[in-house]
Design a protein around this ligand. Sequence first.
Ligand code: ADP
Length: 300
Amino acid sequence: MGVDPLEGEDQSIDHRFIAADGRTVWFHTGVHAAERRNKKVYRGLSVEITYLKEIQEKLTQKTAEAEEANRFKSQILSIVSHEIRTPLNAILGYSGLLKNPVIGEDKAKQKEMVDRIYRNAQILLDFINTILDLNKIEAGKMAVQVEEISLSEILKEVGGNLKSAADEKGLRIEIVDDPTLPSIRSDPGRIWQIFTNLISNAIKFTDQGIITIRVVNYYYEKRVSIVCSDTGIGISEKDFANIFEPFFQVDLSASHLGTGLGLSIVKKSVELLKGKIEVSSLIGSGSTFEVSLPYDLSEK
Ligand code: ADP
């Protein structure tokens, strides 16, 4: 075991054996060497310390995990601060300009400034709400409200809300309903949030073509699938898992507005509704997100 005790010195070492059954067994061995009547005498003691070693290993692992969590928190904090500062700076800048007596006189300019302040305040509020929602879901504190709902009504409402954004880019939103689908029991607020995010993304990442929302009823499996397809830029397969991580964006340039939180909220909300989400895509051809939800959230 490599101990070579010198006379009069104490030496100790932790060492291990592999037991016959394959277990690793740790010992702490101490040796004391002394001269007695011209003879070297060694006295030693070995204590089994496997349990202590296991605790030590766990502690090291926990410390590493805590450090990693801390690093992640700092990273999140800096991203969050940036996301808050950008619209806040815009609000401060435009309200500063409004105080300028020359602009104050020009009604058209004044309206433009007020519109920009309003839009940035809205971005700020949406961002804070999203962070709070994500936090609530992660802490298991997001209550689900189960009620009887018409999925196609909600999809029509979401599609209607986003129509002007699609029109601006010359895109069409088509909702293909399945008339055999009965009303389902789920949380309307969550469903609204899921499809608002998915359709907004489809609009954001598509320059021409069509966004299709197809409802498919799986009667025997008591579930419904909602397939959102676009004809946009697509996502490479290596990013399929990453896009659901908070703050991940394939393209970090400022050309696409966003915070990288939408899909993580979508995934967590789908899980809250006991559903599943899958993505398939081809770069340059478009992306498809398929959300599968049970007929009745309160069953099982
Ligand atoms: P955000 O849209 O705010 O950037 P999301 O979490 O909603 O954040 O999406 C994460 C990333 O996934 C986006 O930045 C984008 O790179 C990619 N993505 C999401 N939806 C689509 C889509 N329909 N087409 C192409 N890329 C998409």
